[in-house]
Design a protein around this ligand. Structure first.
Ligand code: RUB
Length: 323
């Protein structure tokens, strides 16, 4: 029996009570750990049970690659041979803890590395709500740098309000703007800083819907466009030619009640081509989008495969050797 707590985490991810690629990944690792700890069957069935749990978690939201990457990391422990259930459960708990600790440490490092790129007096535009972005801005502010942030509302779910509240609560000078005010504000901006749901093998960014319009505008006004992304946001699946699935959410998030006779679409993410990205700030350093392939192959240890993987089970995510 899959524990209710695990089903609740899956529901919370699906309904966006847990949201943002990093948090989703950590919640999935936590759910696998809870599932393992409450397992009371025999050893032969353990792997099948854990696969079932990971399927439930994987089905929650399709776009953030941090989710399958986190699951892949923990499930690697499930697939080893064990002498007892206790041993198997301990290994899963260890792997889940490792992932969570790595993820938290990565956020801190991104804050440290990224804050060096923030200068006094800057005007910075951000979109949606990214904990990696907040980590950078908070660190720079703590170091005494003084700058101004414009946060977009981020329709239709208004995650920009979370960002604005968070930054303002840290004392950071924050202004909320509508999504359509970006081009108007861009003329006065020095930097755009956004998070990532996935980075593809060719260095494209998948992030909250509207990100690509902002990147396009930044390019026109020659404003640098930076992405903050932990390495587990890099997608090994794109290496094998898979496209990142863009989640389409309920149209009622856009308009409720709907207007009769009008179709409403609600894509939650979009793709920004690598040409629009000046730098990707990761926990292993600042890289160009062209280096995404090296992060996937050399750092995460994925092979260039001859056959496209069907899912996370064909691919094993490493966390890199630093920690
Ligand atoms: C969140 C979003 C964020 C990234 C990065 O979308 O697009 O920019 O997930 O966030 P949603 P983080 O609200 O639909 O999940 O840096 O926190 O991982």
């Amino acid at each position: 029996m899959i524990p209710e707590e695990v089903i609740k985490i899956a529901d919370d991810i699906r309904e966006m009570r847990i949201r943002g690629a990093g948090r989703i990944a950590r919640a999935a690792a936590e759910a696998l750990m809870i599932a393992a700890k409450s397992y009371n069957g025999d050893l032969e069935d353990f792997a099948r049970y854990m696969e079932e749990v990971s399927e439930i978690l994987l089905s929650t939201r399709p776009t953030a690659v941090s989710l399958p990457n986190a699951i892949s990391y923990v499930m690697k422990a499930v697939r080893r041979r064990y002498g007892s259930v206790v041993e198997a459960v301990e290994a899963v708990v260890r792997a889940a803890m490792e992932f969570k600790e790595y993820s938290e440490k990565a956020l801190e490092l991104i804050g440290e590395i990224g804050s060096r790129m923030i200068e006094d007096g800057m005007t910075i535009i951000t979109h949606c709500n990214s904990s990696a972005v907040v980590s950078i801005l908070a660190k720079a502010w703590r170091e005494g740098k003084r700058f101004k942030v414009y946060a977009t509302e981020t329709r239709p779910r208004y995650q920009g309000y979370i960002t604005a509240r968070d930054l303002a609560s840290r004392g950071i000078s924050t202004t909320l703007i509508t999504d359509s005010a970006v081009a108007y504000i861009m003329r006065k901006a020095d930097l755009v800083l956004v998070g990532a749901d996935a980075i593809t093998s060719n260095g494209a960014l998948i992030n909250k819907i509207g990100t690509s319009q902002i990147a396009l505008t930044a390019k026109v006004y020659s404003v640098p466009f930076y992405v903050a992304a932990e390495t587990y946001k890099f997608s090994p699946y794109t290496l094998a030619g898979e496209a990142v699935e863009i989640e389409e959410r309920d149209p009622r998030e856009v308009l409720d009640p709907p207007i009769e006779g009008i179709e409403i679409r609600n894509p939650a993410f979009d793709a920004t081509p690598p040409e629009y990205i000046d730098a990707i700030i990761t926990e292993i350093g600042v890289i160009s989008p062209e280096m995404a392939i090296l992060v996937i192959t050399e750092f995460l240890g994925h092979r260039i495969v001859s056959e496209a993987p069907k899912g996370y089970e064909d691919s094993e995510t490493e966390l890199g050797s630093q920690y």
